[in-house]
Write a protein that binds this ligand. Structure first.
Ligand SMILES: Cc1cc2nc3c(=O)[nH]c(=O)nc-3n(C[C@H](O)[C@H](O)[C@H](O)COP(=O)(O)OP(=O)(O)OC[C@H]3O[C@@H](n4cnc5c(N)ncnc54)[C@H](O)[C@@H]3O)c2cc1C
Length: 405
């Protein structure tokens, strides 16, 4: 029997598992001959793109309801080391016991993590990178009305005007208005070291970003950094003090440190460089996918840390890892031009294509698309092997609706 071991139960890991099973079934290979197993820290697929919203605790899908119907084994454990020479993985299971897992092929799909700042008072800073962190922020916001009525009680400072910071800042206006008695008490300030807002979304989306921030009354501090945070105040470079009970860090992502266990080249943010088939050159029988991998996408660009790329990379990875074990042809990774859909609240969700981010849809049209992405397309089918395996085809679309069209 051959064993494919997938580390990570996010978007890339789930779709790798489904696509690998799809290939095995398409070639009549029984489970006794090819076992697919996922080892991952939690019991759920966490829908990270929705963690800046209210009630983050429900933004998840039970992995057993996705993987169970297709016969993928699951081990709830945190991987601590990988030895590519002995083809073994060290992990710690829930009870605290260490375990060693072997593999014939390994897929690293452990995602990315926020790089938190080393500034005085960083313990007062929230983030929405993980379910636990987003839940802590959610509880904090709901408890604000019980706090003493100080100047910055309903003021939030968001640090970083990339995609996450922009979505967070625009969302916070509504979330703070819900808990404040007087909407006039609500203030959201977006701090960005670059001189322009939205340097990550780029020039194509900047007019939509500026207009949404203006419409919602989000203040910006450009070309500034945060120097110090206390429970009730933020100090910016240049000396400005902003009374604030809520500070959120939304800048700087890196691959998880587990990538360092794999011999291979990494990009500046620690992602493993992979070949066209998503294998790690120099690490035999190891594939990397999703936020862990710096794969080449369209026009020589590397993939973005995004669900759209993680889902599609997962499907190609699953196809290729199973094909590799079974002696079939591998397929080069080939995504469509990237589509950005940025949710800026207040009926604004510009949709843009390509790296230049040419805006294709705005207003209610874009908002409707974002609602579908968030409410439906990010969620893999549960308790339904056929629906999951149909969507796992890399040649199909990433959404249920598109695949039905
Ligand atoms: C707040 C926020 C907003 C976002 N908004 C968007 C958006 O609007 N659009 C978009 O496309 N993308 C968005 N993203 C990015 C998107 O969520 C990621 O690109 C996507 O989740 C990557 O999928 P992945 O499977 O590679 O990694 P992840 O989804 O991070 O999954 C990684 C998995 O690995 C597991 N894992 C990690 N370390 C270990 C270990 N040592 N042992 C065992 N298991 C481990 C984790 O538990 C998890 O199951 C957002 C991200 C955040 C945080």
């Amino acid at each position: 029997m051959k064993n494919i071991l997938i580390i990570g139960g996010g978007f890339a890991g789930v779709w790798t598992a489904a696509a690998a099973v799809r290939v095995a079934r398409a070639h009549g290979v029984p489970q006794q001959q090819l076992q697919v197993t996922m080892v991952t820290s939690g019991d759920d697929l966490v829908v990270r793109p929705r963690l800046h919203e209210a009630d983050p605790q429900v933004k998840r899908v039970a992995l057993d309801r996705v993987l169970g119907p297709i016969g993928v084994g699951r081990i709830a454990a945190t991987v601590t080391d990988i030895d590519t020479r002995t083809r073994t993985v060290d992990a710690v299971v829930r009870s605290g016991r260490n375990t060693v897992l072997g593999y014939d092929r390994l897929v690293l799909a452990v995602g990315s993590q926020l790089v938190r700042p080393a500034i005085p008072g960083s313990e007062w800073i929230f983030d929405v990178d993980t379910l636990d962190a987003a839940t802590a922020l959610d509880h904090h916001l709901r408890r604000l009305p019980q706090r003493p009525a100080t100047a910055g009680r309903f003021t939030a400072v968001v640090i970083g005007a990339g995609f996450t910071g922009l979505e967070m800042a625009t969302e916070l206006v509504a979330r703070l208005r819900e808990v404040a008695d007087d909407a006039d008490d609500v203030r959201v300030v977006l701090v960005e070291p670059a001189d322009v807002v939205g340097s990550e979304p780029g020039e194509g989306l900047r007019p939509s970003v500026s207009s949404a921030l203006g419409h919602l009354g989000v203040e910006t501090r450009l070309g500034r950094t945060v120097e110090l945070v206390t429970e009730s105040e933020v100090e910016l470079s240049g000396g400005e003090l902003i009374p604030s009970s809520t500070v959120i860090w939304a800048a700087g992502m890196a691959a998880t440190t587990l990538t360092e266990c794999i011999p291979g080249e990494r990009d500046r943010s620690g992602r493993l460089r992979v070949d066209e088939f998503l294998r790690v050159p120099g690490a035999p029988d190891v594939f990397a996918t999703g936020d862990t991998a710096a794969a080449v996408a369209e026009s020589g660009h590397t993939v973005m840390r995004s669900c759209r790329h993680a889902v599609l990379m997962g499907k190609f990875t699953g196809h290729n890892v199973a094909a590799d074990v079974l002696g079939l042809d591998l397929t080069p990774f080939a995504p469509d031009p990237y589509v950005t859909c940025l949710d800026l609240r207040a009926a604004r969700a510009p949709v843009a294509t390509g790296r230049d981010r040419i805006v294709q849809k705005t207003g209610e049209q874009g908002k409707a698309l974002k609602r579908r992405i968030n409410a439906e397309w990010l969620y893999p089918p549960v308790d339904d092997a056929d629906a999951l395996l149909k969507l796992a085809d890399y040649q199909g679309s990433w959404s249920r609706e598109e695949s039905c069209a």
